[in-house]
Ligand binder design. Structure first.
Ligand SMILES: *Cc1c(COP(=O)(O)O)cnc(C)c1O
Length: 375
């Protein structure tokens, strides 16, 4: 059975057993003493946040990472009671919702620290916070060089309790780089200062997926894999190091088939012209669904276990593939845009190469309107 909503010509199928296998891989790499915080931001990288979070929590994951308070609130409303760390930036006016939904903040500025302490005190709530250090990413975090300035602020907090100290790599894909070495050095040095000042730091964490796979000394007390859990690589050569199971398949069905004579232009602008009599399959997926326009004349799709090249421009809701070389294609045939069909696979990494991006952008771009099914 093709698991597709009646209203939709396209769907994604997420294999939760792949997710579980990838979680086991993470645990094998980090060992038993290291906690795993599963990153489920951006709708679990397009895989569906609630179902993914439920599946991971059922496997004993006790902490989740989201980007925003709204994402955390969604998980709470769905009844998920794991600890939820808000990894992205927070505005002062996020504080009330943070407390209401029992979300744990990443604190990346003194202003936020003071504000959260005041709001927590006012609500009689204890706020377990993770202090973020900017050790070289240039994004969010307190600067190690300004430690004298912010360290005294950790004394005398009323509602905020320091639960973790964290940082984030800019080039985790290159574990031997000066960049990683320098970040680790600055992180360790600053952590020591915090501890010497008398603060207990229960959870030290820095590793994203690439560091889980390639930088064991960055595992500390907890790791924060995202992409790895979904079986995708931010950096394709990492596939040679660690084998992951891709969890997502994106499908559609042939909407219409037509035979066009030689020299027929296809789609807007006529960027593709048939060089022979051709059988063209039209599928109801386009850039509005997240099938990127930059895939025009570059991508392939899978039909009857074979690759069919995408021809002409991807349009908002429709895309064409040349199936001349594939025997017996029928309207209604399953078309795999991303994933495996028969013996052929189109990986998110391959699609990312066609679209000049990374696999993470491919899966997070799949439209929220594309139904997700779970196996
Ligand atoms: C997104 C994110 C992660 C996960 O990164 P992956 O490369 O997907 O493993 C970890 N930490 C922080 C702070 C993040 O924002």
């Amino acid at each position: 059975m093709f698991p597709i909503d009646k209203a939709a010509g396209t769907c994604c199928v997420v294999d939760l057993s792949a997710l579980r296998a990838n979680l086991r891989t993470v645990r094998r790499l980090v060992g038993p003493g290291v906690e795993v915080l599963a990153v489920v931001k951006a709708d679990a990288y397009g895989h569906g946040d609630i179902e993914t979070a439920r599946a991971l929590c059922a496997e004993g994951v006790g902490r989740l990472g989201v980007a925003t308070v709204a994402e955390g609130a969604r998980l709470r409303e769905a009844g998920i009671d794991a600890a939820i760390l808000v990894l992205g930036g927070l505005y002062p006016d996020d504080a009330a919702a943070l407390v209401r939904y029992s979300l744990d903040p990443v604190v990346a500025s003194l202003g936020l620290l003071r504000h959260l302490d005041a709001v927590g005190d006012e609500h009689g709530a204890e706020i377990p916070c993770h202090l973020k250090l900017d050790t070289g990413m240039g994004r969010l975090g307190l600067l190690p060089d300004a430690v004298e300035e912010w360290l005294p602020e950790l004394d005398g907090l009323k509602a905020v309790r320091l639960q973790g100290v964290m940082s984030h790599f800019a080039r985790a894909e290159e574990p031997e780089s000066q960049s990683c070495r320098g970040q680790l050095r600055a992180f360790r040095r600053t952590l020591k200062r915090i501890r010497v000042a008398g603060h207990d730091v229960p959870l030290v964490h820095m590793a994203n997926s690439a560091a889980v796979m390639g930088l064991p000394e960055a595992h500390f007390d907890m790791v924060r894999p995202g992409g790895m859990l979904y079986g995708i690589y931010s950096h394709p050569p990492l596939a040679e190091r660690v084998r992951l199971a891709p969890a997502l398949t994106w499908k559609t069905r042939v909407l219409q088939l037509k035979t066009l004579p030689k020299h027929s232009p296809i789609s807007y602008g006529g960027t593709f012209v048939t060089c022979r009599e051709s059988t063209i399959a039209t599928v109801p997926v386009g850039y509005a669904d997240g099938y990127k326009r930059s895939l025009s004349n570059k991508a392939a799709v899978l039909i009857r276990g074979r690759r069919a090249p995408v021809v002409g421009r991807v349009t908002m809701d429709l895309t064409m593939a040349d199936v001349t070389a594939i025997e017996g294609v029928q309207p209604g045939d399953e078309v795999v845009l991303l994933g495996t069909q028969g013996g052929e696979t189109i990986s998110a990494e391959e699609m990312a190469g066609w679209a000049d991006t990374i696999s993470y952008e491919i899966v997070t771009s799949i439209g929220r309107g594309v139904p997700r099914h779970y196996t």
